[in-house]
Ligand binder design. Structure first.
Ligand code: APR
Length: 239
């Protein structure tokens, strides 16, 4: 049983984390797509840091939901498993099922980690402590401005993470591919799902709304992930 799961912001929505393109995505009426860019950071790093620090605080006080827990359960009961998430929150990593968590080698955060702070110039990076001050962080090595460790619009994905995903996909294809809570706005998300899918396998989309991926799916579950994924995982494991 080889499984690939791909997730997006919709999976964290039931934990109170706003999605990007949902009506709740806007911050101070600012479009996230305008804030999450190198240009916005260059123009107003203080405003961008305020946004990320507010998001970090909201995530710290949020809890994983049944969708996150179901994915941990699926990972624990399948031979080969990989979760590729676009989410920069740590809810997948904090989620537990039967006292277990996802092992770090079974998750790839392709858009980065919001709790990482890294230098805009050198390779320095660190994980942020619970309490952050509101100063603009400077690199202790080169003195340059530091930025959130996430992938912004217009930026390349981390090659090491692409390699990790490619390694998983070079092995036999997956009889089960689950895509949950994403608009599949990026072509590489659809590409990933189709490359992983076993020709006779299942491509299951979990999303209340249709997406560009829907036409490729073998199964469409138009329900919130927190309701659909626990049931789906139990069905898959029962089988
Ligand atoms: N359960 C399942 N799906 C949900 C739920 C829910 N409870 N609530 C909303 N959704 C769906 C929406 O219908 C939408 O299709 O989740 C999707 C959220 O889409 P986006 O906000 O576009 O988030 P995502 O697909 O993760 O965005 C991808 O784009 O903005 C960049 O880097 C950012 O990682 C992000 C990437």
């Amino acid at each position: 049983m080889r499984v690939l799961v791909i997730t997006g912001a919709g999976v964290s929505a039931e934990s109170g984390i706003p999605t990007f393109r949902g009506k709740d995505g806007y911050w101070r009426n600012l479009n996230p797509a305008k804030l999450a860019t190198p240009e916005a950071f260059a123009k107003n790093p203080r405003l961008v840091w305020e946004w990320y620090r507010e998001r970090r605080q909201r995530i710290r006080s949020a809890q994983p939901n049944p969708a996150h827990q179901a994915i941990v359960k699926l990972a624990a009961h399948t031979d080969e498993f990989l979760l590729v998430t676009q989410n920069v929150d740590d809810l997948h990593l904090r989620a537990e099922s039967e006292g277990q968590r996802l092992s770090p080698d079974k998750i790839v955060q392709i858009h980065g980690d919001i709790f990482e702070t890294r230098c805009s110039r050198c390779a320095c990076s660190r994980r942020e402590p619970e309490e952050e001050d509101s100063n603009l962080p400077r690199c202790t090595e080169c003195g340059e401005l530091m930025r959130p460790g996430v992938v912004w619009f217009g930026e390349q994905l981390d090659l090491r993470k692409i390699e990790q995903v490619d390694n998983y996909l070079t092995r036999p294809s997956c009889p089960v591919v689950i895509v949950a809570g994403t608009t599949a706005a990026f072509g590489y998300i659809i590409d990933l799902a189709l490359r992983a899918q076993d020709p006779d396998g299942q491509l299951i989309e979990v999303n209340p709304d249709p997406t560009p991926l829907s036409g490729f799916a073998t199964h469409l579950i138009r329900e919130p992930a927190g309701i659909a994924l626990p049931r789906l995982v139990d069905e898959l494991l029962a089988r």
